[in-house]
Write a protein that binds this ligand. Structure first.
Ligand code: PMP
Length: 407
């Protein structure tokens, strides 16, 4: 199969030691939406921090610790700048999931009352559903679900009709992890703000594949994970508007988040420290910033164009196969979900694995979306900056083989 679609050339496979099999063959890794492979530059940074640079942050009077504190705070500045935010507006969390739970338990518990409403969408990841259900159970707030359009976008016309002054929060995925559809985030912000609600954007899938600027988007909260952006696991970020973060109570107590502790009561550090109890993920945060350096050197616009071209290539290759159902819009960002008639996605995934092609098969932590589509699972191929046409061709060959096996 040879399909002529212009791909922006990013040729970086050699930077990623994970992209070969145990037998030294190319590994066609198409599960980057779950987690990305790591470039050597990030691996080297983490190894250096855990090795010759290692010490704790924020407490030591000795110079190694002071150096480490500078490194950790520089990482915060780097990650904040990357999404257009200020350093004191960026909280390091364990990941996007923890960032959403932080907003729910701190801002949400302080601001939502019985009868207030939260607007989510049909395509959200469980991480952007369950924390709000826990909050709703605690406060008596109610959750509404915005429908999606036929091609898998959050239906903002419907959102406009649904929103009322009772809505205190709108929380949407910036890019869907199943469908790859991109939200018109600016319009979502305008709609939320028109009724006095805040907008949280789940940036897990957008931050790795497009340029993001929280000021331009005019959102109130933005969350993302390092491990999907070519950085280490165990660290992620919450960006929140300065005045919001300032007004939020702590959600976890411990060392490093306090000003003064006595048995009659404690006072708390200003943000972002107020939200970082305990020893942080030091090496991981510095590795996160190294990942930001790595992708910025390539360019987020270039990465976006590269992934759009690969999506177009894959969709064109699948379209002539009339037993394939494709989900999501034509211009999906780096992610393509599909089904082959009569073939369970798990069987496809197993056959592809024999060909050194790794895709994801399942509900992708989006069971309400699967229920809406009337299916239990999809097969999902997702690209990264290191993906290229050889990966698309290997996937298409594997799909053709699977169709032959299943007759
Ligand atoms: N939201 C979306 C859209 C995601 O794709 C994911 C990860 N699959 C998450 C939230 C949760 O991210 P993490 O597991 O890194 O906390």
């Amino acid at each position: 199969m040879n399909i002529a679609v212009e791909t922006q050339a990013i040729d970086r496979k050699q930077d990623f030691p994970g992209l070969v099999t145990d037998h030294g063959k190319p590994w066609h890794y198409l599960d980057t939406a779950a987690t990305s492979q790591k470039p050597q530059a990030v691996i080297d940074t983490v190894a250096r921090v855990l090795g010759r640079d290692y010490a704790t942050v924020h407490r030591g009077v000795y110079s190694r610790s002071a150096q480490m504190t500078l490194g950790y705070e520089a990482a915060r500045r780097r990650v904040a700048e990357f999404v257009g935010g200020a350093e004191d507006e960026l909280v390091f969390t364990r990941g996007a999931t923890e960032a959403i739970n932080l907003v729910a338990q701190s801002w949400g518990a302080a601001n939502l009352r019985a009868g207030d409403r939260i607007l989510l969408s049909q395509l959200e990841h469980h991480s952007n559903i369950v924390p709000w259900q826990l909050l709703a159970a605690r406060t008596g707030a109610l959750i509404d679900v915005c429908p999606i359009t036929g091609d898998g976008r959050i239906d903002l016309d419907a959102a406009e009709k649904m929103l009322t002054r009772d809505h205190k929060l709108v929380s949407f995925a910036h890019v869907s992890n199943v469908l790859g559809s991109t939200l018109d985030a600016r319009r979502a912000a305008d709609l939320a703000h028109a009724v006095g609600a805040k907008l949280l954007l789940d940036g897990c899938q957008s931050v790795p594949r497009m340029a993001v600027n929280v000021a331009a988007l005019e959102c109130d909260f933005y969350v993302f994970s390092s491990h999907k952006l070519y950085g280490p696991t165990g660290v992620g970020a919450l960006w929140a508007r300065g005045e919001l973060l300032e007004s939020m109570p702590p959600w976890e107590g411990g060392g490093a988040m306090i000003e003064k502790v006595t048995f009659t009561g404690s006072t708390y550090a200003p943000p972002p420290q107020r939200f970082e109890a305990g020893t942080p993920a030091i090496a991981e945060a510095i590795g996160f910033a190294a990942a930001v350096d790595y992708v910025e050197a390539i360019g987020m616009e270039e990465i976006a164009a590269h992934e759009y071209a690969l999506v177009a290539h894959l969709r064109e290759g699948l379209r002539p196969m009339n037993d394939i159902r494709l989900f999501g819009p034509e211009d999906s960002a780096g992610i393509v979900s599909f089904l082959i008639d009569g073939v369970h996605p798990h069987d496809l995934g197993t056959i592809l694995d024999e060909e050194n092609v790794a895709i994801r098969a399942g509900h992708h932590c989006a069971q309400p979306l699967m229920d809406h589509l009337g299916i239990p699972a999809t097969a999902r191929a997702s690209f990264g900056l290191y993906s290229d046409e050889s990966d698309v061709e290997a996937l298409l060959r594997g799909i053709e083989r699977t169709r032959r096996i299943f007759g």
